[in-house]
Design a protein around this ligand. Sequence first.
Ligand code: ZN
Length: 95
Amino acid sequence: MKIKIGSIIYTLKEYTIEDDKDGTHVSEIDLMENVIGIEPGLPESQKHQAILHESLHAMNWKMDENTVDFLAHAFYSYLVDNKELIKKMLKSETK
Ligand SMILES: [Zn+2]
């Protein structure tokens, strides 16, 4: 799957995340190769939050980890809790 963030197209891939020292890393982003990697076998909601998390890194790679984590969780909940609003927003998009 492709994910467009700003002017860059990232490839979403599922593979085992190697950099998992504390057992909490389920995703990573390679800003040189434009790849977002997600650990296989995650529950859908966790997978989607991880994609949002890595997308936020792509949007602003200077943002610190705590801020990215907070925004990913907050924004995911916002999307899930406001489906009607999101549908309306997407419907009014002309492109
Ligand atoms: Zn991160």
